[in-house]
Design a protein around this ligand. Structure first.
Ligand SMILES: N[C@@H](CCC(=O)N[C@@H](CS)C(=O)NCC(=O)O)C(=O)O
Length: 240
């Protein structure tokens, strides 16, 4: 059995989509990041970077004790390798998928995350116009990379749906909040609609829907408390 330490955000949904697509049994362990669960000592043992998701596999392939994995890209590699699904293992096919997964982790996730962050922030911390422009442009560039890639192939790594698609899709669901218009990217849009229509993707996206709250509906005091946890982080003290 796999424990999925999870909160319903794009990085968490990469893993829930994989598990739902493959029908892998799992147990959901909520990590309420707005309450600070990511800083609890037990969770830091799974993910020293105090971010979710993380998994614990209680039946790893080597027959040893429980094995934990953090970083959504590493989790997808682990689960795909274990299940033999969504990651071809011939030399060329393997690296077609690998570089797109790393591309997502190093480019699409961080830049779209910052685009959303600065666009949501407004002028609460002073004039953010440069940051908003910078990350909205970067988001646009990255949608362009996906669009170009998808102009002559069905999925990111070729004819087959793989973890390259699973890792990239959840970050595109909120394209409007990232200041984009997907009608600008017709090849991307075709892929976006096709991937979004898969029942496993839809089930994965819906996981934990009951956990999430619309922060804009919370009191100003509650919103400020959550912002303090999420936006003002510095190095954690090292225990003696
Ligand atoms: N590169 C990490 C990023 C994980 C990440 O940033 N998770 C966010 C939610 S999407 C989080 O846990 N945020 C909590 C915080 O900022 O304290 C991964 O892909 O697993």
């Amino acid at each position: 059995m796999i424990d999925l330490h999870y909160w319903p955000t794009p990085n968490g949904k990469k893993v829930s989509i994989f598990l739902e697509e493959t029908g892998t049994p799992y147990r959901l362990v909520p990590v309420n990041i707005g309450r600070g669960d990511q800083f609890k000592p037990d969770y830091l043992r799974l993910n020293p970077n105090h971010r979710m998701p993380a998994i614990v596999d209680h039946a790893p392939a080597d027959g040893g004790g429980p094995l934990s994995v953090f970083e959504s890209g590493a989790i997808l590699f682990y689960l795909a390798e274990k299940s033999g699904k969504f990651w071809p293992q011939d030399l060329r096919g393997k690296y077609e998928v690998t570089h797109w997964v790393i591309w997502q982790m190093a480019n699409q996730g961080p830049k779209l995350g910052e685009a959303g962050h600065f666009r949501r922030l407004g002028d609460r911390e002073g004039d953010q116009s440069y940051a908003v422009r910078r990350f909205t442009d970067e988001a646009n560039r990255l949608y362009g990379v996906l669009n170009m890639r998808l102009r002559d192939r069905r999925y990111l790594a070729g004819d087959e749906f793989t973890i390259a698609d699973i890792v990239s899709y959840p970050w595109t669901v909120n394209w409007q909040a990232q200041g984009q218009d997907i009608d600008e990217f017709k090849h991307f849009k075709r892929w976006f609609e096709e991937v979004g229509a898969r029942p496993g993707v839809q089930r994965g996206l819906a996981v934990g829907a009951d956990l999430s709250t619309d922060n804009s509906k919370l009191s100003e005091e509650e919103q400020a408390r959550i912002r303090k946890i999420l936006y003002n982080q510095r190095a954690l003290p090292v225990p003696d």
